[in-house]
Structure formats: structure tokens, C-alpha cells
Design a protein around this ligand. Sequence first.
Ligand code: C2G
Length: 132
Amino acid sequence: MKKVITYGTFDLLHSGHINILRRAKEYGDHLTVALSTDEFNALKNKKSYHSYENRKMILEAIRYVDEVIPEQTWDQKITDVQAHDIDVFVMGDDWEGKFDFLKPYCEVIYLPRTIGISTTKIKHDLNQKNHG
Ligand code: C2G
């Protein structure tokens, strides 16, 4: 069984998230998502609208996702790849090159981001609408 992993916050789920999850799954038979905890989001200077539990439950309902594990630190990736017997690591290309240290342990693939959508944009657009 070829196992794929990807990491992220996946807040306010949108088509960009679904695109990366669908395409990541195409590289194998099993997709693990390492989902940023609320505490780790604070380290990323991100505040997600949905809690970790809610973001986890939402991801687990997606057909492309087989397993969700917590992402708690920047330096758990090598351990995750080894512990979960991962063959392929996939991230959006806004992270191009940032995770090449994983190359000795698994295939590292950066996929083009979906243009025109992001959690930040959603929050911004909603604020504009509500405040004129
Ligand atoms: N993404 C995408 N297209 C978008 C928005 C996001 O392909 N329009 C991808 C990102 O490139 C990432 C994934 O969706 O691969 C999740 O995005 P975020 O939830 O914003 O994750 P991020 O904050 O980048 O966290 O250790 C790695 C970090 O946890 C990644």
C-alpha cells in the first residue's frame, strides 16, 4: 500500500483544500492528513475559526482522506514519515523547497496552489460584506 501524507490547518474548508487532497491521494492508496492543532496554529500565527476537533471531523468526512493525525510541531515530519511508513509527501507549492529535507525519507511533491481562493480571502471578503 502506497501511503501519502500532507500537512495543514484546513480551516473554513474550500475548493483549494479539496483540490490538494484529491491530487495528493492520486499519488497512492492511502492519505494521511497531519492537521495543525490550535496550539500549533498559534506558532504559525494563525487563528482558525473552527477548533481542531471540528476541523478533524470535517476532514474525516472527505472521501480522499483516510486518516487524520495532529500536527503539533515544525519538526515532527521525519518522525511522522517513518512512524506511518509514508512513501510520498505532498504540499502546495507555496511551500516549494521548504520540506526538501524529507527527500532521503520519501518522495517530496509540491503541487500548484488553486488560484483565487484562501481562508484569509474568505475572512476578508466576509468582513467587507458585513461592514460595507
Ligand atoms: N492550498 C492550495 N490552494 C489554496 C489554498 C491552500 O493548494 N488556494 C493548500 C496549501 O498549499 C496546503 C494545504 O492546501 O498544502 C493546506 O493549506 P493551509 O491550511 O493554509 O495550510 P498551511 O497553513 O500552509 O500549513 O507544516 C506545514 C503547515 O502545517 C502547512
